[in-house]
Design a protein around this ligand. Structure first.
Ligand code: ADP
Ligand code: TRP
Length: 327
């Protein structure tokens, strides 16, 4: 079984990204074979500054490694290091019906907002299908927002197979990540970079303190009993705490006499304990850019070997020479 997923390098990860996605990727890394890649080609549809893109790619790799992705257990690589994927995108594009892409949400939403979409955004799901199909991936862990794209991938693989041969492409399954507990942001709404309410995983202690202090709470006076349910500070604390610790803090809310400032300090300390070791690992990795590059290179070599063999099979199936001329 092969597990594969891609992470867009569009900015620094926040608590929502970590608890909603990254932590779960890391938990899956021991499973048979797992491939995780930094979807830099996809990011080009939104990040147009080369300097920022380069920095984001590096940051994403370091973040993942610091948070526990182990290169001996999971293959970590950059999408653009495997050019075969863009060739497969073209082959798939030739069998992709327009209506399939017209209903995909990234394009549809942009159009609905009256913004001009480019062909990159329109065909984004085909590149994603190629990402998945080129490694014969069986399972693709994704957030609910990406399930539609896995459906498109399955449709394209089925259509391709019905035209060119049943065993050509492997049909993947989505493994929907558990984001049932949507991580709230500092304003209590879903944490998202689009809402400017995020708490970065790797904020400095000082910055973290400042952001946590900004979390919106109601104006119940210190001495009055408070309701933990629905309080963003409490809901965020739950991400880091054992059941016992959650019950203890809930009891302090209900008893009265504890202000939100104190609850925020409890949250701050829990987050510092939780992410402290990753923060140190990150600082250390930042000093070793060559080692990070080496991990990405080794990952890409492994990924590319698989991609080349699948692409040969696909090229031959549709009537092309299985390999291009070598130089
Ligand atoms: P953003 O909303 O900040 O742009 P992304 O869409 O880049 O975040 O998120 C990447 C993944 O992180 C999503 O597929 C989802 O699984 C997870 N995620 C993001 N925000 C949250 C959140 N607030 N709660 C739970 N999971 C989240
Ligand atoms: N589109 C995904 C996202 O925005 C990232 C992605 C690109 C991906 N290619 C993929 C995820 C292939 C899973 C499999 O989150």
């Amino acid at each position: 079984m092969k597990v594969l997923s891609g992470i867009q390098p569009t900015g620094r990860g926040h608590w929502g990204n970590y608890f909603g996605a990254i932590r779960q990727y890391i938990e899956l890394q021991g499973n048979e074979q797992s491939f995780y890649f930094i979807a830099d080609l996809h990011a080009l549809t939104t990040v147009r500054d080369p300097k920022i893109l380069r920095q984001n790619i590096q940051d994403s790799a370091i973040d993942l490694l610091a948070l526990g992705l182990q290169p001996d257990k999971a293959t970590l690589f950059r999408q653009s290091d495997v050019p075969e994927v863009t060739e497969l995108t073209w082959l798939l594009m030739t069998i992709t019906q327009m209506h399939l892409l017209e209903k995909c949400h990234a394009y549809k939403d942009k159009k609905a907002r009256g913004l001009a979409a480019d062909a990159g955004l329109f065909t984004y799901p085909v590149l994603m299908a190629a990402d998945i199909l080129i490694y014969d991936s069986n399972v693709v862990p994704v957030g609910v927002d990406q399930v539609q794209h896995i459906e498109v991938t399955r449709d394209l693989a089925q259509r391709f197979n019905s035209m060119y041969g049943d065993d050509c492409l492997v049909l993947p399954e989505a493994h929907v990540l558990d984001s049932s507990a949507k991580v709230p942001g500092t304003d209590g709404e879903k944490m998202s970079k689009s809402y400017d309410n995020t708490i970065p995983v790797f904020a400095t202690p000082k910055k973290l303190r400042k952001i946590i202090n900004k979390i919106k709470t109601d104006s119940t006076p210190v001495e009055d009993p408070k309701t933990p349910e629905g309080c963003a500070v409490f809901n965020l604390y739950r991400l880091f705490a054992t059941q016992q610790q959650q019950d203890d803090l809930a009891a302090r809310y209900r008893a009265g006499g504890m202000g939100y400032g104190e609850a925020k300090t409890t949250l701050y300390e829990a987050a510092m304990d939780y992410f402290g070791p990753a923060f140190e690992k990150r600082t250390e990795l930042e000093q070793r850019p060559d080692d990070v590059e080496d991990i990405l290179r080794q990952g890409a070599i492994r990924a590319r070997q698989k991609a080349q063999s699948v692409l040969e099979r696909v090229r031959a199936a549709c009537g092309l020479k299985s390999q291009p001329v070598s130089l």
